[in-house]
Ligand binder design. Sequence first.
Ligand code: HEM
Length: 572
Amino acid sequence: MRCSLLSMAGFNSPSPKWRQVDIMGWQTHALGLLAFLLWRNFKDQPIPWAIGIYPLLLLFSRLEYFLKARADPREPPLIPHPYLPFVGHLIGMFRYGAKYYDIVNKEAKYPIYTLLTLTSRTVIVASPQIAAVVQRANKSLSFYGAILSVTERMVGFDKTAMSVIWENVDRDSGDHGLMNESHDMVSSMLGPGPTLNSMSAIQLDAIADAMNSYIPTPRARPDTLDCGKPAKLTRLMDFTKHVFTTSNAYAFYGPENPFVLNPGLDKVWWTFEDSIKQFIADIVPSLTAPTANTARNKMVAALEDYARHERYNTASPLIRQRFALNFRNGLSIASTARSELILLFAIMGNAVPTTFWLLANIFSRPKLLQTLREQCGAAVTITNGEQGEVRTLSISKLKECAPLLVSCFRETLRGIIALTSVRYVREDVSILEYRLRKGSVVQMASGVIHSDTSIWGPDAAEFKPDRFLGRDESGATYALPLPPSVPSAAFRAFGGGSVICPGRHFALSEIIGFTALVLLGWEIESENGGLIQCPLKDDMKIPFTPMKPVRDVDMKITRRDGYEGCEWRLEL
Ligand code: HEM
């Protein structure tokens, strides 16, 4: 009793791990103060109220423990919040983000477990073996069932649009319905084949153009910084955002894309992207999230203009088909514009932070940078163009000559993914020996799985560049999809099952292509010319996309010595 009272008062949390995310700091003391005031008010009354109130609060704080004791043993075990039933976990998730999942997981020590909140039961999967079964059970566990109501609030769809979007989402009556048709079309276009190749080729061209003009050759623009050659002071995330926004917009939405026609829209987009979570509560966003709301309105206006003027006719086949499907299924121009916010989020929201971390991991490790430069250099062909030397980097050669870069790409993703896959339980269902209740939400705790030392080894917390490398009999290295003995569902960067990310092939080419180009042709240093430092991950937020850094990295970018005057090209 004494221990519980102290716990309630926030002096003695039940375990040191919980204490790391002790949400009870001021809340506990507020409760204590309330009890004290009530006692002061009523101490002259015949019943000493404080005697009643404290045990009541105590009993209330242990409610989830009673529920746990009474729970069906076939359900994933309930992890009670130590003192705040129904809202404690929710507050913890919002306040401590990805870090909260780590702590709860260490406390839980189960491969699958349940967290209760006022409105739902969240089932957390921390085992790749269970995740593999969950992602195969796509009839009972619905991806769209879990994400569409959040999507509705994030982009501001109206009820008419939602009735079109919800149509047959779980394929109960065949494959018709906007979400299914769109999913099948996007997966087929972004699957290996000619359409993917043509889109990747355009993207790679656009990246090379963006880089060639980012720091023009001395011939083209002779102004210099103190280092005596053309250079730019910028920040790593801003730089990555700039190149990817320009090139992705061009590759997907064509030469008349909204970013070209509306200068400054890239900044508006990233303001919206950074604050997308503010729309989840959806309480008068114009008042509660004014900056995010203005950014969203500007994006929607630009996309509506794009749709109204049928500029999608000049876009990639994927976008042309998307607009055609939206209109055929009855989405208005305004709703179609809003639906593009989600695709932009999938395309850029993931690729940009991934590329940021890949560059930060490489440029903060000089030995790794040097080895990668040697490997990537073997994928370059040199020719003479009208303006001078042209260096062409081939992505297919790169995948062979630079397995270490592919390994670094996967290792980077392993380290920056916090939460990815969610599913809604449509009906009571058994997953291995566990019973999942209808109405629960399942979250595959990718960050927890990615840092599990029993899966990845004792160095799971480290960035190990060659973790995804294999070696053949001759000693030559090659890139592995997974290190030996790691189960396939343990690498969760792209989710899994029928909704595995369809953009993963496109993402691999654009990210390793861009990274190889930068490390071959450019130097990234701190502002004073030293090594850049890889920043810490912001694990105090729950990201929908890879984790972002706690701070951006100030940097100076110059053309590399000996490569000042050449033009770079990327090809598949
Ligand atoms: C490093 C980059 C990327 C990462 C880490 C990533 C990750 C993911 C994840 C985790 C999912 C959810 C899968 C699940 O819940 O099982 C997803 C879905 C999706 N991704 Fe990606 N993605 C990336 C790049 C891209 C790109 C470049 C595109 C488009 C070209 C794209 C398009 C999509 C789409 C359309 C979906 C929804 C799939 C559906 O509706 O079935 N992603 N992605």
